[in-house]
Write a protein that binds this ligand. Structure first.
Ligand code: CO
Length: 136
């Protein structure tokens, strides 16, 4: 079901500022910045091999992400795994006892489909599943 780690998301207050560590210290390259429609987040992508780090900045102060940073500070927010079919993978996880945040997939960055599994059923790690439209 799982193909690979698609990305690791880090909650930040400011994408450009946070990217400095990854670029200047780790020598990675910020591949792009995207504002995800409907999710009120600004996302900076840093490719690492065939996976990537995503710096996610809340644009809405009332969003879950903003509250996460307020409560816990900046840091790792979620791990995302790539699957062939998000809808099917979500149902499989549910059938295996996981508590879903998304019963059905929703649009993510880069025209992907995504769905989240609740951290209460994953040992505390917010877990995202993603499907790339062209299988890339
Ligand atoms: Co993500």
């Amino acid at each position: 079901m799982i193909k690979k780690v698609d990305h690791i998301a880090v909650a930040v207050r400011d994408v450009e500022k946070a990217a400095e560590f990854y670029e200047k210290v780790l020598g990675l390259t910020l591949g792009g910045i995207e504002e995800v429609e409907g999710m009120d987040v600004k996302v900076g992508f840093l490719p690492v091999g065939d996976t990537r780090i995503e710096l996610v900045q809340p644009l809405d102060p009332n969003s879950g992400l903003a509250k996460f940073i307020e409560k816990r500070g900046e840091g790792i927010h979620h791990i995302c795994y790539e699957v062939d079919d998000v809808k099917e993978a979500l149902q499989t996880c549910k059938a295996r006892g996981a508590r879903l945040i998304d019963e059905t997939p929703r649009p993510g960055a880069h025209k992907t489909l995504v769905g989240f599994i609740h951290p209460k059923s994953t040992g505390g790690v917010l877990t995202e599943l993603t499907e790339h439209p062209d299988g890339s």
